[in-house]
Write a protein of this length. Structure first.
Length: 263
C-alpha cells in the first residue's frame, strides 16, 4: 500500500505490479524463440530512502531501473511513481524521477559543466540571468564551482559523475535513479560518490556491482534471470548474492530469507 506524502493528497513511493518486459529477437535461428524475456512477474513497492539493485550482467538490473522513469515501458503490468503511471503520465514522471547513466559523458552534452547545468534549468528559469544564478548555486552545492568552466573531457571520472549528478538534481527530482554509477570510478572518487549520495534528501535507487555501496542501502534487491531472487536488508541480501554467484546455475538455491518482490 502506498503511503501519503505530508501535505499532499498524492501517494508516495514506486509501485511495480506484475511487470514483465519482453523484446523481439532480431533474426532468431530456426526453432529459437522470437522474443526474449528481460523481466518477468515483478511486484515491488519501493518506499525506502535508499534502495540498491544487484545482480550479474544481463540479469535485468538496468531494465528494472529504466522502468522507473519510463525509459522502458512494461510489456505487461504497470509501474507508478507517486501514483503516476510511467506510460500514460510519462512527462510528469520524468519531472519527478532523475536518471544518471553509467557513463556521465553519455549525458553531459554541453562543452562545460556550467552549460550543462544551465541547460537542465532552461525551462525552470527562462531568463538567462536567473538561470545562471541558479546554476551557480547548484554547482556550489556540490563543490563544482572551480570546475564549472572546464571542458567536461578534462574532468576526472569522479568529477564528471558529480557534474552529471548536479545537472540531474538541478531540476529538483523527488527520486534519483543511478545505473551502476561507480563502475568507472577509482577508490577515491567512489568514496566521494558514496558521501555525496548519503547526503541527498531524495529517494535514491541504484544498481551496482559494488557490494559496499549496496550495503549502504536500506533495502537490496537481487535480480537473477529477470526475476527478483531476493529482497531484503543488505546484511542478508549481499551474502545471498555472493552464494548465488558461486553456485552453478543449475543448482542455484531458493532465496535464503523472505522476499517482498514476487519472483
Amino acid at each position: 500500500m502506498l503511503t501519503q506524502r505530508a501535505g499532499h493528497g498524492a501517494p508516495s513511493g514506486i509501485e511495480l505490479t506484475d511487470v514483465s518486459v519482453v523484446v523481439p529477437v532480431d533474426d532468431p535461428p530456426p526453432g529459437a524463440p522470437a522474443h526474449k524475456v528481460l523481466l518477468e512477474g515483478v511486484d515491488l513497492s519501493l518506499t525506502e530512502t535508499r534502495v540498491a539493485v544487484i545482480g550479474a550482467n544481463g540479469s535485468g538490473k538496468s531494465t528494472l531501473l529504466r522502468l522507473l522513469n519510463g525509459l522502458v515501458a512494461p510489456s505487461s503490468g504497470s509501474v507508478a511513481v507517486h501514483g503516476l503511471d510511467t506510460v500514460h503520465d510519462a512527462r510528469a514522471v520524468r519531472q519527478r524521477v532523475g536518471f544518471v547513466f553509467t557513463d556521465p559523458l553519455s549525458q553531459l552534452v554541453m562543452p562545460t559543466g556550467r552549460e550543462d547545468v544551465e541547460l537542465s534549468l532552461r525551462r525552470r528559469h527562462p531568463r538567462r540571468a536567473e538561470r545562471a544564478t541558479a546554476a551557480q548555486e547548484v554547482l556550489d552545492r556540490f563543490g563544482l564551482g572551480p570546475l564549472a568552466d572546464q571542458s567536461v573531457h578534462e574532468l576526472s571520472g569522479g568529477e564528471r559523475q558529480l557534474m552529471a549528478l548536479a545537472a540531474v538534481l538541478a531540476v529538483g527530482p523527488e527520486v534519483l535513479v543511478l545505473d551502476e554509477p561507480s563502475t568507472l570510478l577509482d577508490l577515491r572518487n567512489r568514496e566521494l560518490l558514496r558521501r555525496t549520495l548519503a547526503s541527498l534528501d531524495e529517494q535514491v535507487i541504484l544498481s551496482t556491482h559494488d557490494l559496499e555501496l549496496a550495503a549502504d542501502a536500506d533495502r537490496v534487491l537481487v535480480v537473477e534471470d529477470g526475476r527478483i531472487a531476493f529482497d531484503g536488508a543488505p546484511a542478508a541480501a549481499v551474502p545471498f548474492y555472493r552464494q548465488l554467484c558461486l553456485e552453478a546455475p543449475a543448482t542455484s538455491a531458493a532465496p535464503a530469507g523472505p522476499t517482498r518482490g514476487r519472483s
